[in-house]
Design a protein around this ligand. Structure first.
Ligand code: GRF
Length: 187
């Protein structure tokens, strides 16, 4: 099997990156993580790129030419698929156009509910009974592309924001690899 060269974009902790690295080491998993891009030089997730000797690129989204820097590196590493895993910036329309239906994101809610930031706080305030995570294609609308996979759980009355985060991330670590397998088994 020829694995798709994949770039993972991160901004922070990188637990989803770590999990995808773990899965991608399996011969029959459809992607190889060939590049990691972070907009945050202090992102803990960069340690996983270093530990597993995956090339990584730091970008400064305030600098003028950062988009070109991204594009030239995606080309350099022959990237054909992109995973956003806790990347806190919007992807440019240009990149979305070039990588049409080739960019996916993971979001900690049952989209279309609770798009954007601060999800756990809003979920609790809204007294939701259920929550979960969504893996979806990226389009030009915030958390707006079509859904690939959702996983959910029932919220316990005692759950606080941290509990929701912990339970959601546990599901994310199953949902992201499952979504990738689903995409490439359809192609
Ligand atoms: C995840 O909960 C994801 O849903 C959201 O950002 C978080 C990233 O976590 N988009 P990590 O950096 O992968 O640990």
């Amino acid at each position: 099997m020829v694995k798709k060269n994949t770039c993972v974009f991160i901004s922070g902790q990188g637990s989803n990156l770590k999990n995808l690295i773990f899965f991608s080491r399996d011969n029959i998993f459809p992607i190889k993580i060939s590049l990691v891009i972070s907009d945050n030089k202090n992102a803990y997730g960069l340690n996983y790129a270093k530990k597993f000797q995956i090339p990584y690129l730091l970008i400064n989204t305030r600098s003028k030419n950062y988009e070109n820097k991204i594009l030239s590196n995606l080309k350099k590493y022959n990237i054909s698929f992109i995973c956003l895993a806790g990347y806190m910036k919007m992807i440019s329309n240009n990149l979305i156009r070039i990588y049409q239906k080739k960019i996916i994101n993971i979001h900690p809610s049952l989209l279309p509910k609770f798009k954007g930031l601060n999800t756990f706080n809003r979920i609790l305030k809204n007294k939701e009974k259920k929550t979960g995570c969504t893996v979806h294609y990226v389009n030009d609308k915030l958390d707006g592309g079509s859904t690939i996979i959702q996983k959910s759980f029932f919220i316990d009355k005692k759950d606080n924001e941290l509990d929701l985060k912990r339970k959601t991330q546990k599901l994310e670590h199953r949902a992201f690899p499952e979504a990738i397998i689903k995409i490439f088994s359809q192609n």
